[in-house]
Write a protein that binds this ligand. Structure first.
Ligand code: GDP
Ligand code: MN
Length: 392
């Protein structure tokens, strides 16, 4: 789960990571009232969407006059912001962060994440802050500094000093080395205590007053740890999530929306991945990943089928079930029930194998639904791709 910048900064403040005075507002009036309270030489108005690259896209505005704050707020609220991370559809701005400005002397990059190879939490830092870190990593990999934290001992002062000296803080601004080392310890605590998946500060700035400030903030959480953190759960913003994924979550379905046009309903993550591969191999693209799981009931299958049909990109559906724990006739019942409610206008290819496959196939064929049955995975994939056309 991701949260907004203003929420990331609330967590930073809680854990002793320095941020500027700021507040989330939803109306120009609230922006104006808060600006009056802030009463500062420079105001920063920032669009709150779950995507970076807002600066370049016009979602971060600096103004000197307090009276301009509500004007900027009016301009940004309701606007659809398109950044390199939102995709062409963009995201609607519903909230703003109004902050005091900072005097930036130097922008750094800092993040924490889990290294999948070692399972250790790793700090990533760079002197090239404010930029797209992927670009820095591709063009100048030597400017990316990594420091892994041994989970047996946790963060130690020397970890922070290693990073500080690798960044050259002794040349850039020695006064910030100690606060930097302390700040990294606080970030590590935040990461561990809240079960984070990513904490990113880009830019982390050194000000002309020789202080450190987290000017931006991105925090993602491990969904499996969310049940432990009621405070974090409250930060969820459903506007920022894919509606079909929210609906799938309510039905305990593992669904991820993708860009292709063949809707897939599969049981088991491994078979779901293999199905997506085979669709690609046959010349098309999957519209989603959907694992109905072992405990699938008629109801969850029906819910999954409805979700597939709600995706406007779906030009055909491929049901690929290997009945082990889940029985094939249950899947058939679910599909028939959902197809009765929603008029099925796209081709459907079904491959059922395993427990009660015969019975399931019979139910489907006798249901009067327009569908094709296949025994073999490759044959099934070619059939559905043949009916929907190859991807461009
Ligand atoms: P992003 O583009 O979505 O990553 O948004 P950021 O929060 O990183 O803001 C983009 C850029 O705006 C930063 O890299 C800064 O250069 C600039 N910026 C943000 N806040 C301030 C501020 O208080 N003062 C100044 N001078 N620049 C700021
Ligand atoms: Mn940023």
């Amino acid at each position: 789960m991701n949260v907004h910048e203003f929420q990331a900064k609330q967590l930073f403040a809680q854990f002793g990571v320095p941020v500027l005075r700021g507040k989330e507002v939803k109306t120009p009036k609230a922006a104006s009232q808060w600006a009056a309270k802030l009463n500062t030489p420079v105001y920063v108005v920032k669009a709150q969407i779950h995507a970076g690259g807002r600066g370049k896209a016009g979602g971060v505005k600096l103004v000197k006059e307090q009276s301009q704050v509500p004007e900027i707020a009016k301009e940004l609220l309701g606007k659809v912001l398109v950044t390199h991370q939102t995709g062409p559809k963009g995201r609607k701005v519903r909230r703003l962060l109004v902050e005091e400005g900072a005097n930036i002397a130097k922008e750094l990059y800092l993040s924490l994440l889990v290294d999948r190879d070692t399972g250790w939490v790793v700090f990533i830092a760079s002197t090239e802050g404010g930029m797209e870190i992927e670009e820095v990593a591709a063009k100048t990999p030597e400017k990316i500094i990594k420091e892994a934290i041994d989970p047996a001992v946790g963060y130690q002062g020397y970890n922070g000093r290693n990073i500080a000296f690798a960044l050259g803080l002794q040349q850039i601004e020695p006064a910030v080395i100690n606060p930097f080392v302390q700040m990294l310890g606080n970030l590590y605590r935040l990461f561990m205590e809240k079960n984070c998946a990513l904490v990113e500060i880009n830019p982390l700035v050194i000000t002309k007053e020789k202080t450190l400030i987290a000017l931006d903030g991105k925090v993602s959480f491990d969904d499996n740890g969310l049940f432990k953190h009621a405070d974090v759960q409250k930060m969820r913003d459903l506007h920022e999530e894919e509606p079909l994924e929210i609906e799938a979550g309510k039905n305990n379905l593992n669904y991820v929306k993708l860009d292709g046009n063949i809707g897939c309903m599969v049981n088991g993550a491994g078979l779901a991945m293999a199905t997506m591969d085979v669709i690609k191999l046959a010349g098309s693209e999957p519209a989603n990943f959907l694992d109905v799981g072992g405990g699938a009931t008629k109801e969850t299958v029906a819910a999954g089928f409805r979700i597939l049909l709600k995706d406007k990109n779906v030009k055909g559906i491929f049901i690929n079930i290997f009945g082990g724990i889940v029985r094939c006739e249950r899947i058939a019942h679910g599909v028939i029930e959902a197809a009765k409610e929603v008029k099925l206008k796209v081709p459907l290819v079904v491959r059922l194998q395993g427990t009660n496959a015969e019975e399931g196939r019979k139910l489907l064929v006798e249901s009067g639904l327009k569908l094709d049955v296949a025994d073999d995975l490759w044959e099934a994939a070619q059939k559905i791709v043949g009916m929907t056309g190859k991807a461009a």
